[in-house]
Design a protein around this ligand. Structure first.
Ligand SMILES: NC(=O)c1ccc[n+]([C@@H]2O[C@H](COP(=O)([O-])OP(=O)(O)OC[C@H]3O[C@@H](n4cnc5c(N)ncnc54)[C@H](O)[C@@H]3O)[C@@H](O)[C@H]2O)c1
Length: 261
């Protein structure tokens, strides 16, 4: 909160996908504590019910449509319609949710490939398109997409063939949304998380030096993996007027991993 008592997102409505857990939940709660109303969605209805309580405890309101599969265009449209009917506007879109199927090139089936693309990139297209007219109306629209280190580099340890393509596509689409949105005050940026502990990554992180993230974990310059709170801080910066001259940017939140060998 600022010293005046008004939050940095006061009066704004934030649509957050994957709000039931991990980074999505941390973002919903942080944005709420800064005055935003939240429109969440997830395939996990029970998790989102908990997030709604946490948002309330943070002093704001959240509605959600669960289950919503972000890969499904009609479900995204229904989610957007519900949020607009409830709060009447849209200022922020956080495309956080994504599913992935892991595999090296020899093992990745067409089904794995299509599943990953539908989750990682089609979902961003569906949500951005559905909310676009409303973000234009906002006058200070902000889109925050989730890329990954996988969008920047390959790996001979992580079986992430489809994932590299999906996340590189997110980075490209982010730049294009920034170009198209600029005349309307819409900024589009991406967060590039490093190793962040979430319900999905925790079991792999827990394998430590015996797991596929062994080298990545050992080589994090700041000496720890990240948390949902680390990502929520970055997302708040990109959503708020604090970053009003920043668009088409990839904000790397990885303890220095990508830049330091
Ligand atoms: N965890 C990491 O270390 C890491 C690193 C780089 C990038 N990322 C990216 O961050 C985002 C979240 O990562 P995470 O998996 O660690 O998640 P997370 O645990 O922070 O949350 C994922 C949420 O999304 C929901 N979800 C998954 N698929 C969905 C779908 N099709 N429709 C609706 N909701 C869905 C899950 O139920 C869960 O609540 C993803 O875009 C991921 O690629 C994560």
């Amino acid at each position: 909160m600022t010293s005046s008592g008004a939050g940095r997102l006061e009066g704004r409505v934030a649509f957050v996908t994957g709000s039931a857990a991990g980074m999505g939940r941390a973002i919903a709660v942080r944005f709420a504590s800064e005055g935003a109303k939240i429109v969440g969605c997830d395939i996990d209805a029970a998790g989102d019910a908990e997030t709604i309580e946490l948002v309330r405890a943070a002093g704001s309101e959240m509605v959600s449509v669960d289950p919503t599969d972000v890969a499904d265009r009609d479900q995204i449209r229904a989610w957007v319609d519900h949020g607009l009917a409830t709060f009447g506007r849209a200022d922020i879109l956080v495309n956080h949710a994504a599913g992935v199927r892991w595999g090296f090139i020899e093992d990745t089936t067409p089904e794995d490939w299509t599943f990953t693309m539908r989750n990682e990139i089609d979902s961003v297209y569906h949500a951005a398109q559905a909310l676009w007219p409303h973000l234009k109306e906002s006058g200070h629209g902000a889109i925050i997409n989730f890329s990954s280190q996988a969008g920047r580099r390959g790996s001979n340890q992580m079986p992430m063939t489809a994932h590299t393509a999906g996340k590189a596509a997110v980075a490209g689409l982010t730049r294009q949304l920034a170009a198209e949105g600029a005349p309307f005050g819409i900024r589009a940026n991406a967060i590039v998380p490093g190793v962040i502990e979430t319900p999905s990554s925790a079991p792999i992180i827990a394998l430590g030096k015996d797991g596929p993230l062994a080298d990545m974990l050992a080589q994090i310059p700041l000496g720890r993996h990240g948390t949902g709170e680390d990502i929520a801080s970055a997302a708040l910066f990109l959503a708020s007027d604090d970053s009003s001259f920043i668009t088409a940017h990839e904000l790397v939140v990885d303890g220095g991993s990508l830049a330091v060998v």
